[in-house]
Design a protein around this ligand. Structure first.
Ligand code: GLC
Length: 418
């Protein structure tokens, strides 16, 4: 295997998707700037172009709302090939944005960029710091329930059609959304995307938020969907720890952030589904666990929690598939190896799970996962996601975050940690 060539190919993909000051996840399917995709892109750029890494994050924050929220999409320019576009979200600001957020990993990736640019990066980090704090404050103010992070739309989780949301989605009425034309299914095979009935409900949730004028209090009170997402809680806890680290470096007050970390640690305990013996999401409208063991539960180590109770699950699942970590437990009746977040393995999730494993001392597991992902990408390409059964590539090709995590973590030449 010529890994130098694959490294070069990864940088070429980053270049192809680079729009100058921001990166698209992949051209065609996703023509705008996505929140956590960009954070991964910044991490990728940090391996060979720190200036470009900073600009990626800085451009993302041009979409930040006055209340601190950083939207899941920033629509920098018009593109006809995407639905739902700015007109559907109805957010009266420029640049146009969506009305919901995404996993807040920007602080984590900003720290990684800063580590790669210690000499000249301080001014960038200082300018970024206040914006990160206000985004985190927004989460704490509007989204924390017993220390767990609530999402108001499955798209906020970054795991759009995961089994975790099935029960909560069943309570959303999608019958009145009217006519619309999806664009995603004209770019990739519809069997690899969410179904029409899911899409109707996604749009019903967007319309609800828009009709409230994106009023978080009203959405919390009466919104059709509210789930405490285990992935969000774990990633937010990690991001708060990284923000704390940055605060110390920059000589800022740390009490507020320490308070958030304490709350989130308690929240992680609330995510423990004792009956099934794993971390799990909770439908806040019914108070019920979602009873799904997805790859998000394995982010526990990345959140800095030393908890070996998840290891046997990981060991079992990794023997059931050729390429982990599948986004859904292969033993689950809803497991589907090619449908998006209902089974496929995602390289970017693996990078976070793998780094978490290594940081908490599970070196053998960490290295195994890294090698497994290395083989997956080297043999099958820089796809959006892959079948865990045989590694068959799926979704979009030439994907930014798959290239980024290759350069930072999966390649034999990568640092493999933060
Ligand atoms: C899909 C993914 C989401 C990602 C976006 C752009 O919606 O589920 O996590 O951010 O595509 O790649």
């Amino acid at each position: 295997m010529n890994f130098d060539k694959i490294d070069k190919r990864a940088r070429k993909i980053m270049r192809e998707n680079d729009r100058g000051l921001y990166t698209v996840p992949t051209k065609g399917l996703y023509p705008y700037q996505w929140n956590w995709d960009s954070a991964f892109a910044a991490w990728g750029f940090s391996t060979y172009d720190v200036r470009r890494a900073w600009s990626e994050l800085e451009t993302l924050f041009t979409g930040q709302w006055d209340n601190g929220m950083v939207p899941h999409i920033v629509f920098h320019k018009q593109s006809i090939g995407y639905f739902p576009g700015p007109d559907v979200w109805g957010v009266p600001r420029v640049p146009h944005t969506s009305g919901i957020t995404q996993p807040p990993i920007a602080a984590t990736m900003a720290r990684a960029v800063y580590e790669a640019d210690k000499h000249y990066g301080r001014i960038h980090m200082e300018l970024m710091y206040g914006r990160l704090v206000s985004w985190h404050r927004w989460f704490v103010k509007y989204r924390l329930h017993d220390g767990m992070v609530a999402i108001t739309h499955p798209w906020e989780s970054g795991r759009d059609n995961a089994v975790d949301w099935d029960d909560a989605m069943a309570n959303v009425d999608g019958s009145g959304v009217g006519e619309y034309t999806r664009r995603d299914t004209s770019h990739v095979d519809p069997s690899m995307r969410p179904k029409k009935e899911d899409y109707d409900r996604y749009l019903a949730m967007v319309q609800f938020g828009r009709d409230t004028g994106w009023n978080e209090v009203e959405i919390a009170r009466n919104g059709p969907f509210r789930v405490a997402d285990v992935g969000m809680t774990l990633l937010f806890l990690r991001a708060c720890r990284d923000l704390l680290h940055i605060a110390v470096e920059l000589d800022h007050e740390v009490e507020e952030i320490e308070g958030w970390i304490a709350m989130l640690k308690r929240g992680v305990e609330n995510h423990w589904n004792a009956e099934r013996g794993h971390y799990d999401s909770i439908d806040l409208r019914t108070g019920k666990f979602t009873n799904s063991l997805s790859s998000a539960s394995f982010l526990v180590w990345f959140a800095g929690i030393r908890d070996d109770r998840m290891l046997p699950h990981l060991d079992r699942i990794m023997t059931e598939v050729a390429f982990g970590v599948p986004s859904n437990d292969p033993s689950d009746p809803h497991f589907n190896p090619l449908r998006y977040w209902r089974g496929p393995s995602w390289g970017m999730m693996n990078s976070l799970i793998g780094i978490g494993l290594a940081e908490t001392g599970h070196i053998v597991h960490a290295e195994k996962l890294r090698k497994n992902t290395q083989k997956l990408i080297a043999e099958h390409g820089f796809y959006e996601y892959f079948s865990p059964v045989d590694g068959a590539p799926a979704g979009g090709n030439h994907f930014t975050w798959t290239a980024a995590i290759w350069l930072t973590w999966a390649s034999p030449h990568a640092k493999g940690r933060f």
